[in-house]
Design a protein around this ligand. Structure first.
Ligand SMILES: O=C(O)CCC(=O)C(=O)O
Ligand SMILES: [Fe+2]
Length: 299
């Protein structure tokens, strides 16, 4: 389902949430304006060149996947963009007011990926991916989904588990499970234009299309921001697979946080997060940046 930003902001909360809970994704057309895309593209090239001490053209030529995670001065900027253009509101509509900001990265991809889940957790986790790049003419890089496969207890989702096992904490990322064979699963695809956002449940089986000429790579630039739900806010049907429960989901959030590199290495988030009045709206959603023990109190 494609939405424009204006539609998203006027869509009744329940419908949006129901759609997301059933299918596991939303495609938001032109989520950010063109002028902003140009600025972000310039910043993007600047930051990658700086971090890798290499001119951006060289980085592009190498066609190597690179993920910057998280980029300090970009985090507040992107979080503000999410808020200013209504995407943050949408996240809260879907995940509920107790959802938590988790992390952010800048991902540079070239080839398509195989079918995979980003995580195989039993708790809902949502990613907002904002794309800056033009679409590759042969479709290389189109975002594809296997709708509904984020639902833990669903029979269809269990069937998808044959390809992408679930729930197995930490073993969820299985790229190239069905390489170049996207046709054999009942999927839908999103053709992404610069400035579009894909909001999806990280547990949804998805892939990016290899295209008809995978030897010609498509450069993809995306900002990903990830939010967790509070398991207490979701219906039981989300937690019914293989003896799972809300408590198990909560314990899993804590285990996940404990093994999270970003938190292990101390507070890598910029001071602005905690001091900038413009970011006040995020305060109630920062609990997961605290040590895991504190999360216990919150969830
Ligand atoms: O390849 C892309 O463009 C998206 C990659 C992906 O699977 C993700 O962001 O989770
Ligand atoms: Fe993914």
């Amino acid at each position: 389902m494609q939405y424009t930003v204006a539609e998203l902001n006027s869509t009744p909360q329940d419908n949006l949430r129901r759609f997301f809970m059933t299918f596991g994704f939303l495609h938001v057309k032109s989520a950010i304006p063109r002028g902003l895309i140009n600025t972000l593209n310039q910043d993007w090239e600047h930051i990658f060149s700086e971090v890798y001490q290499t001119p951006y053209n060289k980085i592009r030529q190498s066609t190597t996947t690179r993920v910057l995670y998280p980029v300090q001065r970009f985090v507040p900027q992107i979080v503000c963009i999410l808020k200013d253009y209504g995407l943050f509101d949408t996240v809260v509509k879907i995940l509920g007011p107790n959802c938590a900001f988790f992390n952010q990265d800048m991902s540079l991809f070239f080839q398509g990926s195989g079918w995979h889940r980003d995580v195989a957790t039993i708790m809902p986790q949502l990613k907002v991916a904002i794309y800056l790049n033009d679409r590759h003419p042969d479709g290389n890089g189109d975002f594809m989904f296997w709708p509904g496969t984020h639902m833990v207890g669903d029979i269809y989702s269990q069937y998808a588990g044959e390809y992408c096992p679930w729930p197995v904490l930490g073993a969820g990322i299985k790229a190239d499970l069905l390489p170049n064979n996207v046709g054999i699963v009942p999927h839908c695809s999103a053709m992404i234009s610069p400035g579009d956002a894909i909001i999806f449940d990280d547990r949804l089986v998805h892939c990016t299309a290899p295209g008809n000429a995978p030897s010609v790579p498509a450069e993809r630039r995306l900002f990903s921001t990830v939010f967790f739900a509070n398991p207490q806010d979701f219906p039981d049907s989300y937690f019914l697979a293989r003896g799972t429960s809300r408590d198990a989901a909560t314990a899993e959030v804590i285990a996940h946080m404990a093994e999270c590199e970003v938190l292990k290495n101390g507070p890598t988030y910029p001071a602005e997060f905690f001091t900038d009045p413009e970011l006040n709206f995020l305060q109630p959603h920062l609990a997961l940046l605290s040590p895991p023990a504190k999360i216990l109190g919150r969830l």
